[in-house]
Design a protein around this ligand. Structure first.
Ligand code: PLP
Length: 387
C-alpha cells in the first residue's frame, strides 16, 4: 500500500530523542523553549508556545482571544473538525463560510456578504479560523481587512502549512492574524508524534496561552493576583489545562525543523510532477495562487464527473483495491452528526458539498519516489476508465 502521507524519521531525530531520554528532563526542561525559539525564528513570529496537539493550540488560542458563551466562531466547512470544535470547547456557537471553488479555502467574497448580513442581525463573529487547506494560504490580506472593518479576531489554522509562504513571508509571521497554529501530527509536514504550536506577536496573548497550557498556574510574581506566602509559592490565577509538550517531542521537532525547507521543496516538486502527469486525465489538479507558496501537505484532485463513466465512490474504491492509500479531506464539518444536531443540514454550503462529491487526496510525502508516483497515476488512469 502506498500511504497518503508518511513521516520521515532520520538518524539525527533518533539520536536527539535518545539524548533527552538520558538527560535530567523528560518534560519541562530546556528542549521545549529551544524548539519554540527555533520555530518562531524560522517563521518570523515574536512568541511561540508548544503544546501537545494543534487541537490544544486552537483551544487556548480561542480562550486567549476571549471567546466564550454567546460568541460566534466562524470557519471553513472543508477542514478537520478541530477547526470548528475549538469554538464549541469555549461554549461559543459555530458557523461556516463557504469555500472558493478554485482554492477550496474559505471565500473572502462569501465572508464579506455573510458579515454584512450578520452585522444587521447583530451576530458578528468574535473569532474567524482561517484554514490553509492543503497548505495553500487563504487570502489573508482580504480577510484581515474584513477583520479590521467588522472587529473580529483571526486565527490561522496552519496545520497543513508550516514552511509555506504568503506574499513571500513564511506562514506564521502573523502579519495578517492574531495567532497561527501548526500541527506536528505524523501525517503533517514535520512531526513530533503528537504536537502543536501557537504563534503570536502579541505578548499579552502569549502570556495568556502560556498560563492556559499549564493549569493556569504561575510562579511569576507579576502575574499573581494575591501576595505570595513564601518561596515555595505558586498561584493558580485562572482555569487552565495540561496541554504541555514533552522534551522528547520537542527534541524531535528541533531536528525535523532543520529539514523543513527541503520537505516543502520536495512536496512542491512532486506536486508539480503530478500536475504534469495528470494533465490529460479528466481531473482538476490543484490551482495555486500566484502570491502563495504552498506547504503542499495534501494533493487533492477533483474528478470531472461529467467526463467519466464511473462514480466518485467507485474511483476511490478502485484506487484502494490497487494499493493506493487515497483519502478524502474533508467531509464537510457541517454534515457531521454532531453539527447536524446543532441545526446544520446538507445544502447549507453548496461549494463545500460539491467539492466533497469530487475530491480525492492522492499520496504525497517527501520520501515518495517517482516510481511510486507513476504507480499512483497508472492506478488512477485505470480506475477512471473502469465502468
Ligand atoms: C490535523 C489538523 C488539526 C488537528 O491537529 P492535531 O495536532 O492532530 O490536534 C487541526 N486542523 C487541521 C486543518 C488539521 O489538518
Amino acid at each position: 500500500m502506498i500511504p497518503y502521507g508518511r513521516q520521515d524519521i532520520q538518524p539525527p531525530d533518533i539520536e536527539a530523542v535518545l539524548e533527552v531520554l538520558h538527560s535530567d528532563f523528560l518534560t519541562q526542561g530546556p528542549m521545549v523553549p529551544r524548539f519554540e525559539r527555533a520555530v518562531a525564528n524560522k517563521v518570523g513570529a515574536g512568541h511561540a508556545l508548544a503544546v501537545n496537539s494543534a487541537t490544544s493550540a486552537l483551544h487556548i488560542a480561542c480562550l486567549a482571544l476571549g471567546l466564550g458563551e454567546g460568541d460566534w466562531l466562524w470557519t471553513s466547512p472543508v477542514t478537520f473538525v478541530a477547526s470548528a470544535n475549538c469554538g464549541r470547547y469555549c461554549g461559543a456557537r459555530v458557523d461556516f463560510v463557504d469555500i472558493d471553488p478554485r482554492t477550496y479555502n474559505l471565500c473572502p467574497e462569501v465572508l464579506e456578504k455573510k458579515l454584512s448580513e450578520a452585522e444587521k442581525a447583530g451576530r458578528l463573529p468574535k473569532v474567524l479560523v482561517a484554514v490553509h487547506l492543503c497548505g495553500q494560504p487563504c487570502d489573508m490580506q482580504a480577510i484581515h481587512a474584513l477583520g479590521q472593518r467588522y472587529g473580529f479576531r483571526i486565527i490561522e489554522d496552519a496545520s497543513h502549512a508550516i514552511g509555506g509562504k504568503y506574499q513571500r513571508e513564511y506562514i506564521g509571521s502573523g502579519r495578517y492574524s492574531d495567532i497561527t497554529v501548526f500541527s506536528f501530527h505524523p501525517v503533517k509536514i514535520i512531526t513530533t508524534a503528537e504536537g502543536g504550536m501557537a504563534l503570536t506577536n502579541d505578548e499579552t496573548l502569549a502570556t495568556r496561552m502560556n498560563l492556559l497550557r499549564s493549569h493556569g498556574v504561575t510562579r511569576d510574581p507579576e502575574l499573581m493576583t494575591q501576595e505570595a506566602d513564601g518561596p515555595w509559592y505558586y498561584q493558580q490565577v485562572e482555569l487552565g489545562f495540561n496541554y504541555r509538550m514533552t522534551e522528547l517531542q520537542a527534541a524531535l521537532g528541533v531536528t525535523q525543523l532543520e529539514r523543513l525547507d527541503d520537505y516543502v521543496a520536495t512536496r512542491n516538486r512532486l506536486a508539480e510532477r503530478y500536475d504534469a502527469l495528470l494533465a490529460e486525465l479528466p481531473v482538476i489538479t490543484p490551482w495555486q495562487h500566484a502570491d502563495s507558496y504552498s506547504g503542499r501537505h495534501l494533493y487533492v484532485i477533483r474528478l470531472d464527473l461529467e467526463a467519466i463513466w464511473t462514480s466518485h465512490c467507485q474511483v476511490f474504491e478502485a484506487l484502494r483495491e490497487r494499493g493506493i492509500g487515497v483519502n478524502l479531506h474533508y467531509i464537510p464539518v457541517h454534515t457531521q452528526p454532531y453539527y447536524r444536531a446543532l441545526g446544520f443540514t446538507p445544502g447549507d454550503f453548496p461549494e463545500a458539498e460539491r467539492y466533497y462529491a469530487e475530491a480525492i487526496s492522492l499520496p504525497l510525502y517527501p520520501t515518495m519516489t517517482e516510481a511510486q508516483q507513476d504507480e499512483v497515476v497508472k492506478a488512477l488512469r485505470q480506475s477512471l476508465e473502469a465502468a
